[in-house]
Design a protein around this ligand. Structure first.
Ligand code: FEO
Ligand code: CA
Ligand code: CA
Length: 720
């Protein structure tokens, strides 16, 4: 997450890559936050153009003649799932493009912006008079995860009439949801995460630690649940909905699963260890088969101070995920003591989880599901196993961290939604080991799911773990013991609704810069910095220099043995190695496309959030493209790309949307009928939000992270 590094630069923090703090992403050669974003991107793109030895326009950089698929579409068999992807490739924004771009037969609408009131009585946003009370009733900051849920009329009228969920209606939602989620709906619920705050982009007079501003920031975290009306064209936000609500950094959450009540979860404010205030740094997430939300706490370490003062078991379980040793950059600890770990060491143990909440029940208390482990969860992709258990895939987004899978102990039943809501309380957590398979260096192999299960005398016991609770608190450490494979920053994971194949976005790893035998200290342990079979690139600058890391990221396709999400072995292959296909040194590959440049593949870097359309094509949003590539740079605004994963055009990745300067694109999501595409524009004009404004017509004079919807002008399915 480049934005975190940016923030750290702002706070003048020094993040050492020596294991004393978590390794934050980014490249040493990245521009500083002091560089105006326009300059940075123009510099980057001109370097890239020079590298190619041709003076070309931004448009011709990305559109080869054969890529104009609206006019010259490759011949494919009828029924090919990629047939719908006929949109004309959108040129990447190069920094001079200040607004979102979509194909010419599409339009986009801003649905909700930071500060928008979510109820009729909520105060109007006033950037110069923000309070915790007003922010708690308004759309939060830095929108990330976006999920769409159909809202049947009977659910809405019941909640409107009674204000509470009825057990019979709950049951009906349970068995109707699997069908309704893929259909047209007149009303829908959306969840949008508010991952993190950046004070200097929120307050003209930002002062880290200012008690009033801290209170606003805490309320700007968490997520929003809102109701939309679909009436053809762009959906609209219904401010009168009884479902509209905020969950923030101060909302009570239940601690559920094996760690509920554990001594390491007990604090002075919560001696029973069962309730924690807030979720923080909610990044990506996913939908359960029973229609609840899973939202993931990612970089929760940055909120806590004085980890150096933590001793004993509390220090041991966070050895691999340490917080700031002294003051935090935000200095929340100055006014809210639970963020000071010297005084409240166990508060830290209560963050880093997957949170489940029911969008259909406005009274539902969010639940932290401790059985799924504690790490920097990025996503939560569910699939029912052959034995009717639920599997949840999740990545740990940090350099050299792991991919995980949870399989529930109990079985799913579509007729018992209330019971399904407890399925994530118990089960087996696995970490992934990616093996080379039959041959080295062929970008494919096999793998094993390693069960993170403590038993007396087993490897975890012998390594010093004393209980399963310790395994769940120190998930990274347990995965180390069993030999999981360190990956190049696992971001979002999604399961194809068509094939069951699992797609893992590895966004980049600038520290994957070693040769065999080279090691470095990362997150409290020594790790090989050399490439491995599943993370094969250590040299992607493209400027002729050696060992410059995996700057552009890749996407792995994982196929469970027997196509069963409950399997303990799998096969895998590298579906895409990102970068600019025109730059040989990027060493890219795109599925089965033999000539990516000739075929019109778009340059892409830093794949982050992903989603499938209902034909199984993969849609990828990026985070950090403009900075990628070190000295050479990539120089294009973040965007959205669509790529077929099956059929004759497997790998023919093309750009669908271009974002705005400084803003990553998050969320990607479809309405059930796939006629509306949603995404979030996070931190537009990052670090420059009071000087450059997006949405560009916004009257408040500050850039606002926003949820947008994209529609084809005739209402066609997205992709045409
Ligand atoms: Fe919050 Fe891994 O991006
Ligand atoms: Ca191999
Ligand atoms: Ca992400």
């Amino acid at each position: 997450m480049n934005k975190v590094e940016h923030e750290d630069q702002l706070n003048n923090q020094v993040w050492e890559d020596d294991g004393t703090v978590d390794v934050l992403p980014g490249t040493p050669a990245r521009p500083t936050a002091a560089d105006p974003i326009q300059t940075v991107m123009r510099t980057a793109i001109s370097r890239r153009t020079l590298l190619k030895g041709a003076a070309v326009t931004g448009a011709t950089l990305v559109i080869a003649p054969s890529a104009m698929l609206g006019t010259s579409k490759p011949a494919v068999a009828a029924g090919d799932p990629s047939d719908r992807l006929t949109f004309v490739t959108v040129p990447a924004g190069d920094g001079s493009e200040l607004d979102v771009r979509v194909p010419s037969n599409y339009s986009y609408s801003v649905i909700l912006k930071w500060g928008d009131p979510l109820t009729p009585t909520a105060p109007t946003f006033d950037v110069d008079n923000q309070t915790a009370a007003t922010q708690a009733q308004q759309f939060g900051f830095n929108a990330d995860l976006v999920l769409w849920y159909p809202l049947p009329n009977y659910v809405r009228s019941m909640i409107e009439r009674t204000g509470a969920m009825n057990p019979l209606v709950e049951r009906v939602i349970g068995f109707q949801y699997p069908r309704l989620k893929d259909r047209t709906a007149a009303r829908a619920l959306m969840v949008v995460n508010h991952e993190y705050t950046k004070g200097r982009d929120m307050f003209r007079d930002y002062v880290p630690g200012d008690a009033t501003q801290v209170a606003v920031e805490i309320e700007a975290h968490g997520f929003s649940i809102v109701e939309l009306t679909h009436g053809g064209g762009a959906p609209t936000f219904d401010i009168t909905s009884p479902f509209n609500r905020r969950v923030t950094g101060s909302t009570p959450h239940d601690i559920t699963g094996p760690l509920r009540g554990h001594p390491l979860m007990q604090t002075g404010d919560d001696p029973a260890g069962v309730t924690v205030l807030g979720c923080l740094n909610n990044c990506a997430g996913g939908k359960t088969p029973w229609g609840t939300i899973l939202t993931c706490e990612e970089n929760f370490d940055q909120y806590f101070a004085n980890f150096a003062g933590v001793t004993g078991d509390a220090a041991t379980v966070s050895r691999r995920i340490p917080a700031n040793s002294g003051a935090s950059g935000r200095r929340w600890e100055d006014s809210v003591s639970r963020f000071d770990l010297a005084a409240n060491p166990n508060e830290y143990n209560r963050f880093g989880y997957i949170v489940e909440i029911d969008p259909y029940d406005p009274n539902d208390v969010p639940k932290k599901r401790t059985a799924l482990g504690r790490f920097k969860h990025e996503g939560a992709a569910c699939r029912i196993t052959a034995k009717n258990k639920v599997a949840v895939y999740s990545g740990d987004d940090a350099r050299f961290e792991y991919v995980y899978k949870f399989v529930s102990e109990r079985s799913y039943s579509k007729y018992n939604r209330a019971a399904n809501k407890g399925l994530l309380e118990s089960g087996t957590l696995y970490a992934a080991r990616f093996d080379a398979g039959a041959r080295e260096g062929d970008d494919m192999g096999t793998g094993v799911w390693l069960p993170l299960v403590w038993e007396p005398g087993n490897a975890l016991d012998q390594a010093g773990f004393s209980s399963q609770a310790e395994v769940l608190l120190n998930t990274r450490g347990a995965a180390d013991v069993l030999g999981a494979t360190p990956m190049d920053r696992p971001e979002d994971i999604e399961v194809s609704p068509r094939s069951g194949k699992v797609y893992v976005a590895l966004t980049n790893n600038s520290r994957r810069d070693g040769d065999p035998g080279d090691t470095r200290m990362v997150n409290g342990r020594e790790v090989s910095s050399a490439p491995n079979e599943a993370n094969p690139r250590n040299n992607t600058y493209g400027d002729g220099s050696d060992n410059t890391g995996n700057q552009h990221g890749h996407i792995i396709e994982l196929i469970e043995t027997g196509n069963d999400a409950g399997a303990t072995t799998f096969a895998w292959n590298i579906f895409i190695k990102c970068g600019d296909p025109e730059v040989a040194a990027h060493d890219t590959s795109f599925g089965d496309v033999a000539d990516p440049v000739g075929a019109g593949v778009s340059p892409i870097s830093d794949p982050d959030n992903v989603v499938h359309d209902d034909d199984g094509n993969l849609w990828i949003a990026t985070d950090g493209q403009y900075y990628s590539g070190g000295e050479v740079g990539f120089g294009q605004n973040d965007g959205v790309f669509a790529v077929p994963v099956e059929g004759a055009k497997r790998g023919l990745l093309r750009q669908f949307l271009s974002g705005v300067p400084g803003g990553e694109v998050c969320g990607p999501e479809f309405s059930g009928d796939n006629r509306t595409f949603f995404c979030a524009i996070q931190h537009p004009n990052d670090s420059n939000a009071f000087n450059a404004v997006w949405p560009i017509d916004d009257p408040d004079g500050v850039s606002k992270p926003s949820l947008i919807a994209v529609n084809e002008v005739t209402g066609a399915k997205i992709g045409r």
